[in-house]
Write a protein that binds this ligand. Structure first.
Ligand code: NAD
Length: 344
């Protein structure tokens, strides 16, 4: 039997346990897994592009457990009443090859992306950061805010979105969560005085949601929306102003903000900072940029946290996903007319 966590179970788990606690537990597993970077068999995700979006498969294995996520990115989907990003994923036992967990990952991806962003900010942002600008107040934005409060101490948010209804929705949700929210009149208004800038917009183009003249000394930029070839958010000159940190360089060179600069543009992989081999922030005035695209390792970690969190509970059900004939060589017995086949 395979544990299946559907959307209803995921909602119940997050509501009962609390998004802050879950984000913290996912961040812990992410940090542990980044520190054991060499244990993983890693590849850049496999993308299938179409005019409207992308569908991606994100596999990874540590030799004992294999995981993958199916995820899409369709920036125009909200215009059709659909979400930009949806996902599901699987964990499997490498020894037998059998799946052990199958889960919805639309909500889990928002939690893991937020956990990753805030965990990276703990290494890269000024420790006294309390104000964050959020450019793009769609599906990821509340999760980002919760994680940055839980892990970094952010209390005050300065928001901007080209869709005023998305700002209304965010203001309602974030005020209900106890955040102080300033509704900016533009992206430049939003970033003024912010310690951290999170860009989480969706647009299938090389957009410029932030220009370099508004990037101030000491700021940390958490850029999560540029995650596909031809889909970026930052004016590329911003990358020259600071130090760029990435998850997995081969994938980020294809998908991240750094696709806009030379292939040998210097970046630091975060696992080296988690391990203490290189420094994150080294001075108050340093500009740090997390060029986030979302790497399979984070999904693996999130699925592990979910697996541990729901074990022995009723969050999810056991489903009969793998055919199990009594004689492993007699699979046909499961479908044959009982009168004409040997017993299975
Ligand atoms: P969403 O469609 O729900 O929200 C995006 C918001 O951005 C919308 O409200 C839209 O109006 C706004 N927007 C678009 N262009 C803008 C601009 N120029 N200025 C200000 N606002 C603008 O999408 P989402 O699920 O919140 O995801 C946001 C982005 O994050 C997407 O691009 C998605 O692909 C990406 N993402 C990245 C990761 C990662 O790990 N890096 C994970 C999940 C999602």
């Amino acid at each position: 039997m395979v544990r299946f966590v559907d959307v209803a179970s995921m909602r119940r788990w997050v509501r009962d346990v609390g998004a802050e606690k879950i984000v913290q537990s996912i961040a812990e597993v992410i940090e542990h897994d980044f520190r054991r970077w060499d244990d993983f068999d890693k590849i850049a995700r496999i993308a299938s592009h179409s005019p409207r979006g992308v569908i991606e498969l994100m596999p990874i294995s540590d030799g004992q457990t294999y995981g993958f996520k199916y995820v899409n990115g369709h920036p125009d989907n909200p215009d059709r009443g659909l979400q930009t990003v949806t996902a599901f994923g699987v964990l499997a036992d490498v020894d037998s090859g059998y799946p052990v967990l199958w889960a919805e990952m639309t909500i889990l991806t928002a939690l893991r992306t937020a956990a990753m962003s805030a965990s990276a900010a703990r290494l890269l942002a000024r420790p006294d950061s309390r104000t964050m600008a959020l450019i793009g107040t769609g599906s990821q934005s509340e999760f980002q805010s919760i994680a940055f409060r839980a892990l970094v101490g952010v209390e005050s948010l300065r928001i901007w979105d080209t869709d005023s209804a998305a700002m209304d929705k965010f203001e309602r949700n974030a005020t209900g969560l106890g955040f102080a929210v300033y509704r900016a009149a533009s992206a430049t208004d939003a970033v003024a005085g912010a310690d951290i800038v999170t860009t989480c917009t969706a647009d299938k183009q090389n957009a410029t949601v932030l220009t370099s003249d508004f990037v101030t000394p000491g700021v940390h930029i958490n850029a999560i929306g540029g995650d596909c070839p031809g889909k970026t958010e930052l004016d590329p000159t911003i990358l020259q102003l600071g130090d760029v940190f990435v998850e997995y360089t081969p994938q980020t060179r294809i998908e991240g903000e750094i696709q806009q600069v030379a292939g040998d543009f210097p970046v630091t992989e975060l696992w080296r900072v988690y391990r203490g081999e290189v420094s994150g922030r080294v001075s108050r005035d340093q500009i740090t940029i997390f060029d986030s695209v979302g790497f399979a390792l984070e999904d693996f970690s999130a699925l592990q946290a979910l697996h541990d969190g729901v074990q022995g509970t009723d969050y999810g059900v056991d489903v009969d996903l793998v055919a199990k004939p009594a004689d492993p060589k007699n699979l046909f017995a499961l479908v044959a007319d009982p009168a004409s086949a040997s017993a299975g």
